[in-house]
Design a protein around this ligand. Structure first.
Ligand SMILES: [Zn+2]
Ligand SMILES: [Zn+2]
Length: 252
């Protein structure tokens, strides 16, 4: 494209343009190659990956080094490991927000590419036997029309050849959006919020839990707790993004 669509009429015009010409990348408006959908390879390469030290258990960046973070040193987490494909910033942050709040579920297949990649790189995740998405409350699921974690979980499951087990882990009560809450409030907000409807589907299994963003890990731990109570053998977590705003290795 030889012109910037945003200059002609703002975001509304850009959205109409994308709707009319879906072969353009959502991130950079450049052309998509044959098998690319939603986001181009250049945009996916701009996903910021943490290259410094990180917690062996929960994966949180540790700019000062060390094996485990403060939380994981003090108590045992409900998941064995938590890993993420990138940091919640830049193109990853923008596309996750568009996916969740901008009805851009067509971005999900492209966003599964970094998820599949991190699964393949991380041998500690590879014993898992099935993929379980973090559920939305049915009212929120109904309002949005889809559950973004389920779209990501399905793409991951297909990409790595594991079964997707959805509709088994459910939210039994309404919870407020975690993004508005502090660390302690987040924990209380999701405590006991999840339950397993069909325990047979998870009993004795090693489960990989999938969500879009990990901040404190409270939601993932609450899900892992419910799955283990229902008889799951172990639970790992994989999220597309890790919300991290602390210092960077090169700024030390
Ligand atoms: Zn692009
Ligand atoms: Zn940790």
């Amino acid at each position: 494209m030889g012109f910037n669509i945003k200059a002609v009429g703002g975001d509304a015009a850009a959205n109409v343009f994308r709707w009319l010409f879906p072969r353009a990348c959502w991130g950079c408006e450049g052309d998509l190659d044959g098998n690319e959908r939603g986001l181009c390879g250049r945009c996916l390469n701009r996903v910021v990956r943490w290259s410094g030290w990180s917690c062996r258990i929960c994966g949180v960046p540790l700019p000062d080094g060390g094996a485990r973070c403060y939380v994981c040193r003090r108590r045992r987490r409900e998941f064995r490991f938590c890993r993420s494909a990138g940091l919640f910033e830049g193109i990853l942050r923008r596309s996750i927000l568009a996916l969740k709040y901008g009805h851009r579920d067509d971005l999900a297949p492209a966003l599964c590419i970094p998820l599949v990649r991190v699964f393949k790189e991380r041998s500690e995740l590879q014993k898992n036997q099935c993929v379980v998405p973090v559920p939305l409350h049915f009212i929120r699921r109904h309002g949005r029309g889809f559950n973004q974690s389920e779209l990501l979980g399905r793409g991951l499951a297909d990409g790595v050849g594991l079964p997707l087990v959805s509709g088994v882990l459910v939210r039994r009560r309404w919870t407020w959006a975690q993004a508005r809450l502090g660390r302690d409030q987040r924990k209380a907000n999701v405590a006991g919020a999840f339950t397993v409807r069909y325990p047979d589907a998870v009993q004795g299994k090693r489960i990989l839990l999938v969500d879009d963003v990990c901040t404190t890990g409270a939601t993932l731990e609450s899900c892992a707790e419910a799955l283990k109570q229902a008889g799951a053998r172990s639970v790992d977590a994989l999220t597309l993004a890790r919300d991290y705003t602390g210092p960077r290795p090169d700024s030390q």
